[in-house]
Design a protein around this ligand. Structure first.
Ligand code: CA
Length: 716
């Protein structure tokens, strides 16, 4: 093992670990790749993706990220004969958000904790597996589960961004490590990587997450061959005491006020969406919310705070700023613009326009000229009360008074889960429709004007902790408000053409195909095909788990397949899952692959009801329980669920066994760190831990009464 390390400007040290054996092999592979006969993914091949429709070479299939398969063997006439060809059980039953890649006879999938697995796409047989061994107690460093959304393949290598911020290059055939680079500039802050890398002009482009926990967002480009940092674009300004780092930061800094944003990180993390237009040679990056959420605390309650919640167009060779469009100026609602970016050519008012489309969390569907950044149109794709419309002259939203929670609590639609989250949308050039997984997910924002940055691994929103009603009768109306939809959206007319409704939110990403089909998994555990033009449901099958990920389609030896990753997790199940229809199935993460005429079957779903162990008697006084409630909602609720109601992925603490009650303080001190339960000794004193424990005993007693009143099967 040879260690190479070099210092970069700004005293950022990036270590590159090159394995001697794998390095030598990769050099040979690189030479091999240079020959005309070598079959590897490169720019020419991705740009000509439509000439090999059997492959799915990059996360959105093409650089334009339409998630449209030109394959037609599976179509609206025969989709009813679709059956399960094979399944592969993934390692971690947590956030399963990845889009597979299929190219040159290998399928690459990722699971939670950034584990990469190569499979035979015909049989599902495992070819190799690479576990980057992300420390299992990293949950505290991210907002929304230990997700990974997929790999990139390029010149015989596979690239994955690990949850802990490492960018890793693997040999595509063997899974052997070629290089590792650390993309995190400050390990005293909670940075994570969950998005799929994109590769443009030999550069691996990767962003990061962490804006809930107080970080400064940036997107970086690394040399695909060596892992060396090529350029970095920060999405928000740096230290206001120092001169801006470049012209873009000079522009941005004028839109921020005070210096608290710098202590809080600023945010703007580009944690998911990107797209690339080879003709215009522009890379598009979607940026995230502010750190803190509350602009009143973050930026003296004014300023647009560039480049939060924006689409930024950059030169892919230099990272140089070209244009930006900010969807939510001065964002205070976690309205990220990190949702899918799709490029298409649309005929608008008789003229063919090169557009970029996005349905960010803020509920408006944007059509933007992707050469100039000019806003062409914006309409609501789902109900929203925070703004009445977007003014096309100024490009700015017309905000409602009710959206301003800087002084008092407000019910805002949508809330931080958004009208559409990371679940990828797709576009069919045949129907001209965009298929958006949308949701009604309002939230109450309550300001905390005294909020201060609390250090690594703590949430920094500038609002009071999220809580839910502990009385089931009060919870029910909230559950009834949380509904999901699949909306087929006409981006030219800016209106819905058809809609399918779901019992709960957080349904899966979509795939459109030339067979006049749209595929989508559902939160209630199904995988469904609709007619792309009319929305008629044509086929569905049980997935035995909630499904969130985006499906793909590919063809090998003349047979077309459809694949989706089943599995549950992410922001909603962890932080507000109690608002979903009660989880009846224990989530299990699998690769599911279908083809016409196949008749495979899944193992029976895990319906084992969990019996509530007898909770200890509540001995604490009301003041201790109240203190425990606040502490629980501040430090525990974003994973175990506010008010001790889990969404079914992370254990429901109302079901603790007597043994776990007995070792409660030890668990919070790190006894289960290897199992994924981080230590909290740095932020919780023994008296705090005891108050949280007493609150949980109170909630366990509440549940005992509820179960006695309604003796249905208890679920966890
Ligand atoms: Ca966020």
């Amino acid at each position: 093992m040879k260690l190479q390390a070099w210092a970069l400007a700004g005293a950022v040290v990036v270590g590159t670990f090159v394995s001697g054996v794998a390095g030598a092999n990769s050099d040979k592979a690189a030479k091999h790749a240079g020959k005309a006969t070598a079959k590897v993914v490169d720019a020419a091949r991705i740009q000509a993706a439509d000439t090999e429709p059997g492959s799915w070479m990059s996360t959105g299939r093409t650089y334009g990220e339409q998630r449209f398969s030109p394959l037609t063997q599976i179509n609206a006439d025969n989709v009813g004969k679709l059956g399960l060809a094979w399944t592969y059980r993934l390692d971690v039953d947590r956030a399963t958000e990845g889009t597979p890649i299929v190219v040159d006879g290998i399928m690459y999938v990722t699971s939670a904790f950034s584990i990469v697995t190569a499979l035979d796409p015909v049989s599902g047989k495992q070819l190799w597996k690479y576990d980057p061994k992300v420390s299992r107690d990293r949950d505290r460093d991210g907002c929304c589960d230990v997700a990974n959304r997929g790999v990139a393949v390029w010149q015989g290598r596979v690239y994955v961004g690990a949850y802990d911020g490492r960018l890793i290059a693997l040999d595509a055939k063997t899974g052997r490590k070629v290089w590792i680079t650390d993309t995190v500039i400050d390990h005293n802050r909670s940075y994570t990587v969950t998005g799929a890398p994109r590769i443009v002009k030999g550069r691996v482009i990767i962003g990061n997450g962490g804006a809930e926990l107080g970080v400064r967002g940036y997107v970086s480009a690394y040399d695909a061959k060596t892992g060396k940092l090529d350029w970095r674009f920060f999405t928000v300004p740096g230290d206001p005491k120092l001169p801006p780092e470049n012209k873009a930061m000079e522009m941005a800094q004028k839109t921020w006020f005070g210096d608290t944003y710098w202590k809080q990180g600023g945010g703007g993390t580009p944690w998911d969406s990107m797209a690339y237009d080879p003709d215009l040679d522009l890379l598009y990056v979607g940026t995230g919310n502010g750190s803190m959420w509350n602009r009143g605390v973050r930026s003296e309650d004014h300023g647009d705070n560039l480049f939060l919640s924006s689409i930024v167009a950059l030169k892919p060779e230099t990272g140089e700023y070209v244009w930006h469009y900010q969807t939510t100026p001065g964002d205070s609602w976690d309205y990220t613009a990190t949702q899918s970016i799709i490029l298409a050519d649309l005929t608008i008012n008789g003229e063919v326009r090169k557009v970029l489309m996005q349905a960010p969390k803020n509920a408006f569907f944007y059509v933007i000229d992707r050469k100039t950044g000019e806003l062409l149109s914006a309409e609501k794709y789902v109900n929203a009360n925070w703004a009445s419309k977007v003014d096309l002259k100024t490009g700015r939203p017309v905000e409602s008074a009710s959206a301003d929670w800087s002084q008092k609590a407000q019910l805002v639609i949508p809330g931080p889960l958004g009208g559409h989250n990371w679940q990828p949308m797709s576009f069919s050039p045949q129907t001209g429709l965009v298929y958006i997984p949308t949701q009604d997910a309002p939230a109450v924002y309550t300001p905390n004007k005294d909020a201060k940055y609390g250090g690594k691994g703590t949430w920094n929103l500038g609002m009071m902790p999220i809580s839910l009603p502990e009385d089931p009768a009060q919870l029910k109306p909230l559950q009834d408000m949380y509904k999901g939809h699949l909306v087929a959206w006409d981006p030219v007319a800016q209106k819905a053409v058809w809609t399918q409704d779901y019992v709960t939110i957080w349904n899966g990403g979509t795939l459109a195909t030339a067979g006049n089909l749209v595929f989508q998994g559902t939160a209630d555990g199904r995988f469904v095909a609709y007619a792309a033009d009319k929305g008629t449901k044509l086929w569905e099958t049980a997935a035995n788990s909630g499904v969130m990920a985006g499906p793909i389609s590919y063809e090998i030896n003349g047979e077309q397949y459809v694949t989706v990753l089943a599995g549950w997790g992410g922001a909603f199940p962890l932080a507000l899952g109690a608002l979903s229809a009660p989880a009846k199935v224990k989530p299990e993460a699998r690769v599911l692959t279908y083809k016409i005429g196949a008749s495979g079957s899944l193992p029976p779903p895990n319906l084992t009801p969990v019996k509530q162990p007898e909770p200890p008697a509540l001995i604490a006084d009301a003041a201790t329980v109240d203190a425990g409630r606040d502490l629980y909602n501040s430090y525990c609720g974003m994973c175990h669920g506010p008010s001790a109601m889990s969404g079914g992925v992370i254990p429901d603490l109302r079901y603790l066994t007597p043994e776990k009650h007995a070792m409660f303080a030890g668990i919070l001190a790190g006894a289960y760190a290897r199992k994924g339960m981080p230590a909290f000794a740095d932020v919780l004193k023994p008296a705090d831990v005891e108050a949280i424990h007493q609150y949980l005993i109170k909630r366990a007693q509440d549940l005992k009464k509820e179960l006695a009143a309604t003796p249905v099967a208890a679920t966890q």
